[in-house]
Design a protein around this ligand. Structure first.
Ligand SMILES: *[C@@H]1O[C@H](CO)[C@@H](O)[C@H](O)[C@H]1NC(C)=O
Ligand SMILES: *[C@@H]1O[C@H](CO)[C@@H](O)[C@H](O)[C@H]1NC(C)=O
Ligand SMILES: *[C@@H]1O[C@H](CO)[C@@H](O)[C@H](O)[C@H]1NC(C)=O
Length: 482
């Protein structure tokens, strides 16, 4: 794995350097041509997004689990400096964090390539110190966090009625949209997640980040136990959702469960998912996992019951490596090419469905959405219940800019295209190339039983926040497809 990893990173650095150079070259001599081009892409994406409404008659009903937290968002390097953490000379991957030195090593490992990552801190003292230090950093922000509440809020904003499974404090519940009904316990102390954001080109000692991203640490007490599951399940039958979304399971990653505890929880979850009505589509949102036994459990308990999967460019190779029986990939190229991602998506789609056929239970996979910095890609089985794939891909792409720039209106002076002028649909020799047409930026085509759509992202250059991006993007894509 070490070799694969190193070459991946080198390739990434070359690629992002090339991207920067190309972008620079475009900007300097004739920026008005570039601006026209961006303008056409934006208006065409907006047109594609508007082309379809939600199902029109009534609001779609979406049930989303599990958990949630309060996010404290700070500048990552400022926090490490405040904690007196010296830049390590040894970037290292750790499955979980036990002390400050491991935190420095783990942060450095993901910071340079700019890969999103999330780790459990198994040291309460250290975690409290981090939270205290974050509170004192000027410009810190607090917001609703966790996959489920972020997706729930996005869905509610888009007009869905939402059932949210999670145990929150009353303050937390009070600021949720009126369209969201909470099923879960009331807790006094919500779980806190620390979001260490960094912009492109940030430096920490000898390290420079190649793209904006975040490193997340948490030390949850409630979330790993999915402790809202029972209440959620009780309400599920009468709620009759069109879509059931499962996310937040990474909170179980590297958590010190008692023996058999995690399997029992996931067994209950599998039972809940398998009893969902055939009219309810099931979507599983992946996340940053490193615990191989948990990943194997997901393969056994969650994937077989999901119609749809959502993930980013790190999580795709990570999941794929598990299917291939190799060691988990914890770090991949953060700026992959379209051809590479599409090949990985085809493989994953085929492998999941092959497993489904062999197991003769559960649901086939009919939808796969991968979000990357430069583009969005969605695969949908032809003739399945998922609608409007083209518009959903456009909406996902627009949401990426809106989220990262922190504004519903897209400002082209803060956007750039980093996807190539044309892309190959596979790395196989002789594969078709598709040019990126500004007036029809979403490319869709049919393959072996499914449709593929790819849309470029107007990448936000003045980053407000990266955390929660995948959740906002995935939710926005789903809204138009149910
Ligand atoms: C997987 O990881 C183990 C332990 O770190 C290592 O011994 C083994 O060589 C790795 N296998 C592959 C295929 O990289
Ligand atoms: C936990 O963190 C504290 C504070 O940083 C540190 O003093 C202590 O040694 C750590 N404990 C372990 C077991 O590493
Ligand atoms: C993500 O979506 C939520 C819900 O719509 C929204 O409140 C939040 O602002 C979005 N995140 C960002 C950083 O834009």
């Amino acid at each position: 794995m070490a070799i694969e990893l190193r070459s991946g990173v080198k390739y990434g650095s070359f690629l992002s350097l090339a991207v920067v150079l190309v972008a620079y070259w475009f900007r300097s001599p004739d920026s008005s041509i570039l601006d026209d081009r961006l303008d056409t892409v934006l208006s065409s994406l907006l047109r594609a997004e508007r082309k379809v409404g939600m199902n029109g008659v009534s609001s779609p009903r979406v049930a989303i689990g599990f958990g949630g937290c309060v996010d404290i968002i700070v500048d990552g390097v400022t926090l490490l400096n405040k904690m007196g953490l010296k830049p390590t000379d040894q970037p290292l991957h750790h499955d979980y964090i036990e002390n400050a030195e491991q935190l420095a090593q783990s942060f450095a490992y993901f910071f340079s390539p700019g890969a999103a990552s999330e780790r459990f801190v198994m040291n309460d003292t250290l975690f409290s110190e981090l939270v205290e230090a974050s509170r004192e950093i000027p410009g810190n922000r607090w917001s609703i966090g966790g996959n489920a509440p972020v997706m729930a809020s996005r869905m509610a904003l888009e007009g869905c009625d939402v059932l949210l499974g999670g145990s929150f404090s009353t303050d937390f519940t009070d600021i949720l949209s009126q369209r969201i009904t909470v099923a879960g316990n009331t807790v006094d102390e919500p779980d806190i997640h620390l979001i260490l954001e960094y912009p492109t080109g940030a430096t920490w000692g000898p390290y420079t980040s190649r793209r904006a991203n975040r490193y997340i640490v948490h030390s949850d007490d409630h979330n790993p136990y999915l402790d809202s599951m029972e209440q959620f399940q009780e309400k599920l039958n009468s709620f009759k959702p069109d879509l059931l979304v499962v996310g937040g399971l990474q909170m179980m990653d590297s958590f010190p469960f008692k023996k058999g505890e995690r399997e029992a929880l996931l067994g209950k979850l599998a039972k809940m998912l398998s009893s969902a009505s055939p009219q309810t589509a099931v979507h599983f949102e992946m996340a940053s996992f490193v615990d191989e036994s948990l990943m194997s459990d997901l393969l056994e308990f969650v994937l077989p019951h999901s119609d749809s999967l959502g993930m980013n460019e790190q999580e795709l190779p990570n999941l794929l490596s598990l299917f291939r029986g190799s060691n988990l990939t914890v770090l991949s190229d953060p700026n992959p090419r379209v051809a590479t991602v599409l090949d990985q998506m085809r493989d994953l789609y085929r492998l999941v469905n092959q497993r489904h056929q062999e197991a003769e239970m559960g649901r086939p996979l009919t939808r796969l959405h991968v979000h990357t910095l430069a583009f969005q890609a969605i695969i949908v089985k032809r003739g399945s219940k998922w609608k409007n794939t083209m518009s959903a891909t456009a909406k996902a792409s627009l949401t990426a800019n809106r989220h990262v720039c922190g504004s519903p209106d897209i400002d082209l002076s803060k956007a750039r295209l980093i996807m190539d002028e044309s892309f190959s649909i596979s790395r196989q020799e002789g594969s078709q190339r598709i040019p990126l047409q500004e007036s029809r930026p979403v490319s869709c085509w049919d393959e072996d039983g499914y449709e593929v759509c790819v849309a470029p992202v107007l990448v936000c250059t003045e980053v407000y926040q990266t955390a929660g991006g995948g959740d906002n993007i995935s939710a926005a894509g789903l809204v138009l497809q149910i």
